[in-house]
Design a protein around this ligand. Structure first.
Ligand code: HEM
Ligand SMILES: N[C@@H](CC(=O)c1ccccc1NC=O)C(=O)O
Length: 278
C-alpha cells in the first residue's frame, strides 16, 4: 500500500465537527488530560499510567463482580460464570502489567518517591471495594476514606451487602446443599471465617461432581479467580521489595511486612480446604 493512500477514497469519514468521533465517545480529553507528574523524573509517567490503568481495570472488575453477585442471588448461574471468567482474565491482565512497572529501578523510583507524600495504593477505594465485595471485610480499612463522604457511603453500602461468597453459599443452600444456619444468617459486615459445616457441604459436591455440576463449576470459578488474585498480591509484594526493599510505605504501614501478612488472606477458605479431605 502506498504511503499516500487516502482512506477517504473508500468512504472513511473525516468530518467530525458536528458528529461524535472516537475521542468524543471515549472522552479522551478527560482521560489523556489526567496525567500530571509532580517531578521532572522520566519514570513518573510510567508510575501514573500504571496506576490509572489498574484503576480502570478495577472499575471493570467491580462492574462484573457486582453483576455476578446479583445473577447468583437471582439463580442465574450461567451469566455469572461468564462474568467470573472475565474477572479472572482482568486479573491476569493486571498480573502481566507488573512486568512494565518492574522496568523501573529503585534509583529511578527514588527520584520522585518523596513527591508522593503520604499517598499510597492503600487508599485505593476501588481496591477496598473489591476486597469488601469478595468478603474480606475489615472496617478499619474505611479510615483513610473518612474525609470523603461519597466513598464512605459506597464502602459502607458494600459492607452492608452479602459478599459474593455469601450469595454462593445461599444459592447452594437453595439448591439442596444444606449450609449451616449460623453461616446463612451471619453478620455480613464481618469477614466469613472457615466453617466445618460449609466444608462438609463442599465435600459432597467435590466427591460427586456430576449431580452437583452447576455448584461444582461455580466453586471452581471462584478458586480460579482467587488463584489470580493471590498472584496479584504476590506480584505486588515482590515488586515492592524489589523497588523499595524493607522501607516503610508512604501510606504508613511497615511496607513489605504488611503486604506479606495480606498474602495469608483466604477469600473462600472451605474451597481451598476441601482439597485436603478428598
Ligand atoms: C513501585 C511500585 C509500588 C510500590 C513501591 C508500592 C508500595 C506499596 C506499599 C509499601 C504498600 C503498603 C501500604 C503503605 O504503607 O503504603 C502498598 C499498598 C497497596 N498498593 Fe502498592 N506499590 C506499588 C505499586 C502498586 C500498583 C501498580 C498498584 C495498583 C493499583 C498498587 C496498589 C496497592 C494497593 C491496592 C495497596 C493496598 C493493599 C492492601 O491493603 O492489601 N501498588 N503498596
Ligand atoms: N506506597 C508506596 C507509594 C505508592 O506505591 C503509591 C503512591 C501513590 C499512588 C499509588 C501508589 N502505589 C501503590 O501503593 C511507597 O511506599 O513507595
Amino acid at each position: 500500500m502506498s504511503s499516500n493512500y487516502d482512506p477517504a477514497s473508500e468512504g472513511a469519514e473525516t468530518e467530525f465537527a458536528r458528529k461524535m468521533s472516537y475521542g468524543d465517545y471515549l472522552h479522551l480529553d478527560a482521560l489523556l488530560g489526567a496525567q500530571h507528574p509532580l517531578s521532572d523524573s522520566h519514570d513518573e509517567m510510567l508510575f501514573i499510567i500504571q496506576h490509572q490503568t489498574s484503576e480502570l481495570w478495577m472499575r471493570l472488575a467491580i462492574h462484573e463482580l457486582r453483576a455476578a453477585r446479583h445473577a447468583i442471588a437471582s439463580d442465574e448461574v450461567p451469566p455469572a460464570m461468564k462474568m467470573l471468567a472475565r474477572v479472572s482474565r482482568i486479573f491476569e491482565q493486571l498480573n502481566n502489567a507488573w512486568d512494565v512497572l518492574r522496568t523501573m529501578t529503585p534509583s529511578e523510583y527514588t527520584r520522585f518517591r518523596s513527591r508522593l507524600g503520604q499517598s499510597s495504593g492503600f487508599q485505593s477505594f476501588q481496591y477496598r471495594q473489591i476486597e469488601y465485595l469478595l468478603g474480606n471485610r475489615n472496617e478499619a480499612m474505611l479510615k483513610p476514606h473518612a474525609h470523603d463522604a461519597e466513598v464512605m457511603t459506597l464502602l459502607e453500602a458494600e459492607l452492608a451487602t452479602p459478599s459474593l461468597y455469601d450469595e454462593v453459599l445461599r444459592l447452594a443452600d437453595r439448591k439442596g446443599l444444606a449450609m449451616p444456619a449460623v453461616v446463612l444468617s451471619r453478620d455480613v459486615r464481618e469477614t466469613h471465617r472457615f466453617d466445618e459445616g460449609v466444608l462438609q457441604a463442599w465435600r459432597r459436591v467435590y466427591e460427586a461432581p456430576e449431580p452437583n455440576w452447576m455448584l461444582y463449576e461455580l466453586a471452581e470459578k471462584l478458586v480460579d479467580f482467587e488463584d489470580y488474585f493471590r498472584r496479584w498480591r504476590f506480584n505486588h509484594v515482590t515488586t515492592v521489595e524489589r523497588v523499595i526493599g524493607f522501607k516503610r510505605g508512604t501510606g504508613g504501614t511497615g511496607g513489605v511486612s504488611y503486604l506479606k501478612r495480606m498474602l495469608e488472606v483466604e477469600l473462600f477458605p472451605e474451597l481451598w480446604r476441601v482439597r485436603t479431605i478428598l
